[in-house]
Design a binder for this molecule. Structure first.
Ligand code: GDP
Length: 441
């Protein structure tokens, strides 16, 4: 996770967009919201990372700027693996920059100082004053003119921790515990819902059982399964709505999504899903986490015949890039729908853990290819995709590797066809599936 922090107007969004432009990193094709994206997954030199534009996330016109930037720095120090601290050569070194640099000294995470708007030699001279911040990774860039961004990226991926390689099939958490994160905007009912889930009848597993990774998490048992609610410390106390909470919550949410298997995205039934909801949903989706959209405060919606359909329609409209996402309706206040929500989470979890026998997959492939052969390009048979074999190589999400003669011959619609065949035959109705096409060796 890479966070870009800095004062307003230093060019955080320009840098974010520049890094994500096609000419640079490879950006995930499933994107939540194409405009105003604040979180995106991308890869560079085969290293995958999440890029976060904290400025855009935490925009608050009334906020006290120095304090706001400090909060960003604190959150980045907690959640990010690499911090890109952006400053502005035209404005020069400001007191806020100095305070942020001071603060960043506390972290042992890699910090890169990027001095932006260095568009000509004079400015480069001016930029020299930034060396006094004493950050060894200092570079001069122009996000707008695309100067120095390539080098910045190159060095940035070297600083990423090595634990997450793009092709790491092993299950991240092999202990069989379902990790649930609860995210959403302020006031949608996260605290109340968390407390409802933690309700008395679900005995709390003691931390000694070795199920917690973090003191912030709370394990429960539900229908003989252990479910760990991730980062409950951040949301447990209800009514703790104060200024500043919202700013904290987004990076925190990003971190929670990252540490969980399934994310519950809580929305308010009386409001439309917002862009921020779409960002978090897109994040969960892009990083292959499971996702359930929870429409809370269901008790406030007048019961009528069409209320469920209407609400489902709105969710799917907003989150159109996720056609398979399950939607649950709850009232944290009355407890309605809480068990159904946990049941949905468990069944999604089971679906994400399902392993399909090798043989069944080969039968499926043979059927699929004979029913609908891959089209050949311009009728030239030598340019026809051949799919020889398929193996499941991972779960959570179920991941399938197809051995083909040449992955470049694969057309998107044929990939979609194969995916749908797997979904129908083996009952994957609500999870993300990951399909990989590799040249046969
Ligand atoms: P958070 O900021 O997302 O943690 O939201 P809270 O849990 O603090 O809830 C915000 C407000 O919404 C509080 O006044 C809650 O009592 C209320 N609330 C939460 N869930 C529900 C619900 O399902 N129905 C109703 N009517 N009110 C709710």
């Amino acid at each position: 996770m890479v966070a870009i922090i800095g004062r307003p107007n230093v060019g955080k969004s320009s840098l974010f967009n520049r890094i994500l432009s096609r000419r640079h990193a490879i950006v995930s094709e499933v994107s939540g919201t194409t405009r105003d994206r604040l979180i995106a997954s991308a890869s560079w030199n085969g290293r995958q990372f999440l890029l976060i534009d904290t400025g855009g996330l935490e925009d608050d016109p009334d906020g006290h700027i120095p304090q706001r930037v400090q909060q960003q720095a604190d959150m980045a120090m907690g959640a990010a693996d690499v911090i890109i601290f952006l400053t502005d050569a035209v404005q020069g070194l400001t007191a806020t920059d100095q305070a942020v640099a001071q603060r960043l000294r506390r972290t042992d995470k890699p910090v890169m100082l990027a001095v932006n708007k260095v568009d000509n030699e004079n400015r480069e001279l001016a930029a020299a004053e930034f060396f006094q911040l004493g950050i060894s990774e200092t570079s001069f860039i122009s996000a707008y003119h695309n100067y120095g961004v390539y080098d910045l990226l190159e060095r940035m991926v070297d600083l990423l921790p090595t634990r997450e390689l793009v092709e790491q099939w092993d299950d991240d958490y092999p202990d069989g515990v379902l990790r649930l994160s609860i995210v959403g905007r302020t006031n949608v009912g996260k605290s109340l819902l968390t407390n409802a889930i933690l309700g008395e009848e679900r005995s709390i597993v003691s931390p000694e059982a070795g199920t917690t990774r973090d003191a912030l998490d709370t394990p429960i048992t539900y229908r003989d399964h252990t479910i760990t609610l991730v980062d409950t410390a951040g949301i447990r106390r209800p009514g703790q709505v104060q200024r500043g909470i919202e700013k904290y919550s987004v990076l925190r949410a990003v971190n929670a999504v990252h540490r969980s298997d399934i994310t519950l995205l809580i929305t308010d039934a009386t409001e439309l899903a917002t862009a921020q909801d779409a960002h978090i949903a897109g994040l969960a989706w892009d990083t292959n986490r499971g996702l359930i959209v929870v429409v809370n405060k269901w008790d406030l919606v007048n019961p009528n015949r069409f209320r469920t359909e209407r609400s489902l329609h709105r969710v799917h409209q907003r989150l159109h890039f996720m056609p398979y996402v399950p939607v649950s309706f709850t009232s944290a206040l009355t407890g309605e729908g809480i068990n159904e929500l946990l049941d949905t989470a468990l069944s999604l979890w089971m679906e994400r853990q399902r392993r399909v026998p090798f043989r069944d997959l080969q039968y499926l492939l043979a059927d699929a290819v004979s029913t609908h052969a891959p089209p050949s390009r311009r009728g030239n048979l030598r340019n026809r995709l051949r799919v020889r074999r398929v193996r499941q190589v991972g779960v959570n999400p179920p991941t399938f590797v197809f051995s083909v003669n040449d992955p470049k011959l694969l057309h998107f619609s044929y990939e979609r066809y194969l995916e749908n065949q797997i979904r129908e035959r083996f009952g994957f109705h609500r999870t993300h599936l990951r399909l990989v096409f590799r040249a046969e060796r």
